[in-house]
Design a protein around this ligand. Structure first.
Ligand code: KG4
Ligand code: ZN
Length: 347
């Protein structure tokens, strides 16, 4: 089965062609990062307008790169939430138009569902597994028993990890989105110079909190009597990153043990972080737990990741009608085959 996947939930417009839910034939990503950088964050209205321009272009390119035409496509998978509502609606409307014109089925996929299933495009990962979704909007731990079977085990109570990276980058005078820039600086720094708190680490349960670390970074920046540059900035980035990685890794491994899960998937934009990847791999090496990270391009927002669940729901007969709506908020536990039937205005 050939699936055309479309993603437009935030500031990347992406289209992909995926065969049988596992083989990526193309995965075209048009980033709007430069447009939003001067505003210090994503401007929703601008994002929607740019998706409108980019959507037909990336779809054409995805079909060309896969060496197929629209006539070869068996079904469409589209991100129907969560995300920026205007941005989501552009991808969803495009997907509906194509599905209607070609008379082929359409399914809505949850953005985080796409992220946490992305490793299946590159490796065989057996269910059940523990998934840590770390992105600009999510820091959530799920037990994944299969495609469409997700149980929430813990979540951030305030900022998402990516949001904390971006905010700390902003405080440090770096451009948006600053996660990758902090990562680069941290690689040159000494993480023991600045010691930041590890919120929620010793509390029972598997929730997270990152706003305290962020405030602590701000306080330290204000106390500095030297300019925040060079080695000082590198050390600050390293100390902050170490604190975030410490909390994420220790709580995730604790959850894997408590729920008796032998496999951990780490996905979403923050899963690109070099310190995070190293730490999880090191902890996996000294335990009987296997760790799976998607390659970098499949960690960040992309359409190919929707192909796994999209193909599965289409194979199960999933076919959302044209009343399928975008949802800015949408708990992952409600995603799945049944979500295709949800109609009407629900955001
Ligand atoms: O999954 P994603 O591409 O978009 C959302 O769904 O939010 O994640 C974007 C987030 C941003 O906060 C970005 O700063 C962060 O991922 N990010 C990183 C790195 N690369 C991207 N954070 C830390 N280290 C990185 N190398
Ligand atoms: Zn994402």
């Amino acid at each position: 089965m050939l699936v055309l996947a479309i993603e437009s939930s935030c500031d990347e417009t992406s289209a992909a062609v995926v065969r049988d839910g596992r083989h990526v034939l193309s995965n075209v990503i048009a980033s709007q990062v430069d447009i939003h950088a001067c505003y210090g964050g994503v401007v929703p209205e601008l994002a929607a307008r740019k998706h409108l321009e980019a959507c037909p272009v990336v779809i054409d390119q995805a079909l060309n790169e896969a060496q197929v035409t629209l006539a070869d496509i068996d079904g469409i998978a589209v991100t129907s939430g969560p995300g920026l509502i205007g941005a989501l609606l552009v991808g969803l409307s495009t997907a509906k138009a194509i599905a209607f014109a070609l008379d082929i089925p359409l399914v809505g996929v949850h953005h985080i569902e796409g992220h946490i299933l992305a490793p299946l495009l590159e490796q065989d990962v057996e269910f059940p597994y523990l998934a840590l979704a770390v992105s600009g909007g999510h820091t959530h731990l799920y037990r994944v028993d299969g495609i469409g079977q997700y149980e929430l085990l813990g979540r951030t109570l305030d900022d998402a990890a990516g949001e904390a990276f971006d905010k700390v980058a902003k405080m440090s005078g770096l451009t948006y989105p600053g996660g990758a820039l902090i990562d680069k600086l941290a690689q040159q720094g000494d993480s023991s110079v600045f010691d930041f708190p590890r919120p929620m680490l010793h509390r029972p349960g598997f929730d997270f909190s990152f706003s305290g670390i962020k405030t602590s970074v701000l306080t330290r920046i204000k106390q500095l009597d030297v300019p925040l540059e060079g080695e000082v900035l590198q050390n600050l980035a390293a100390g902050f990153q170490e604190a975030v990685v410490d909390v994420l890794s220790r709580k995730t491994f604790k959850a894997a043990k408590e729920y008796n899960l032998q496999r951990i998937v780490v996905a979403g934009g923050v899963a690109c972080n070099s310190g995070l990847r190293q730490r999880f791999k090191k902890m996996a090496d000294s335990s009987d737990i296997d760790i799976y990270f998607p390659s970098l391009v499949l960690c960040a927002d992309n359409a190919a990741m929707l192909g796994v669940a999209g193909d599965f729901y289409l194979q199960q007969g999933g076919n959302a009608d044209l009343s399928l709506n975008a949802r800015s908020n949408w708990p992952l536990e409600q995603a799945g085959l049944n979500a295709q039937q949800v109609c009407g205005t629900v955001w």
